[in-house]
Design a binder for this molecule. Sequence first.
Ligand code: HEC
Length: 126
Amino acid sequence: MIKQYLIFFSLLFCMYMGCAPYPQGKALYKEKCANCHGDKGQGLVSLYPSLKTSKIIRSSPGLIPCLVLHGTPQDSNYLNPVKMPANPNISEADMTNLINYLLSLQDNQRHSVALDSVRLWMDACN
Ligand code: HEC
C-alpha cells in the first residue's frame, strides 16, 4: 500500500515539477513573447531569434531582464519588421518565473535562477 502511495506522489511531483516546469513563466511567455519567438521558443527564420538555442539565455541569463524591460535597440541584426517591445512593468517574481521557463526550454539545461539574483539584475538595469 505504501508503495502505491509513493508511486502516486512521485507521479504527481513529476507532473508538477518535471513535466510542466514553471507554469507561471510559461503563461507569461505565451502572453508576451510567443507571438514573435514562437509557441515553444523556436523563433521564426531570420525574423525572430530562437530562444531555445540562444547563447544569451544559456550563458548570460543576467542580461535577460534588461532586454525584456527595455526591448531591443533599433540596430537589430534580424530582418524583423517589428522591434522587440519593452515590458517595463514585469515584477521581480514574474521575471524570475519567466527566466526559469526560458532556461527550461534549453536542451540538457538543469540550472535555474533565484529571485535574489533577478532582483539585482533588474535594479542594475533601471
Ligand atoms: C514584437 C516581437 C517580439 C516580442 C513580442 C518579443 N521579442 Fe524578444 N526579440 C525580438 C527580436 C526582433 C529580437 C532580436 C533583436 C536583436 O537582435 O537586435 C529579440 C531578441 C530576444 C532575445 C535575445 C536572443 C539572442 O540570443 O539574441 C531574448 C532573450 C528575447 N528576445 C526574449 C524575449 C522575451 C522573454 C519576450 C517576452 C517578454 C520577448 N522576447 C518578446 C522580437 C520580439
